[in-house]
Design a protein around this ligand. Structure first.
Ligand code: NI
Length: 169
């Protein structure tokens, strides 16, 4: 297992649309393991393959405090969604930015697990938000895309400022 580098906004590679996984083989399982290790080390509660510059439809999530409930979704597809929920979101690819985003409250998602077995999951609350956020990454979308142009400008300025300061140090 290895910790992989996480791409940061506005890196254009985050805009790549991921390809579906054909076969869940050892190389995919090894990537999934690396993604969990990278996510836990960050630390974060979700990670999409796009964020580690691998453009395959794979996401990993763990919302548990003990970090012992890994959830892997390969080729995830939202089949149903209902309700509206607003949550303050952050993202490992957009450090130190937290903004309110509106998403579906409840979803039903179909995916393959780490062994390539198909399963269906009904999710609400934070899990539903997290799955939608990570699936967005696979489409090349980021949560900041939902913000107003003014807020997006503020986010860019804040990130540029942080980067300038980092250079001085
Ligand atoms: Ni994210």
């Amino acid at each position: 297992m290895a910790i992989r580098d996480i791409l940061h906004y506005p890196d254009k590679r985050l805009r790549t649309v991921a390809e579906p996984v054909d076969v869940v083989d050892e190389s995919i399982r090894s990537l999934v393991d690396d993604m969990f290790e990278t996510m836990y080390a960050a630390p974060g509660i979700g990670l999409a393959a796009t964020q580690v510059d691998v453009h395959k439809r794979i996401i990993v999530i763990d919302l548990s405090a003990e970090k012992n409930q890994p959830l892997c979704l390969i080729n995830p597809e939202i089949r149903k969604s209902e309700g509206v929920e607003q949550t303050e979101e952050g993202c490992l690819s957009v450090p130190d930015i937290f903004e309110t985003v509106e998403r579906a409250e409840r979803i039903e998602v179909k995916a393959l697990d780490r062994n390539g077995e198909e399963f269906t999951l009904e999710a609400d609350g934070l899990l539903a938000v997290c799955i939608q956020h990570e699936i967005d990454h696979l489409q090349g979308n980021l949560f900041v895309d939902y913000l107003s142009p003014l807020k997006q400008m503020r986010v860019k300025k804040k990130i540029q400022k942080a980067r300038r300061q980092a250079t001085i140090i």
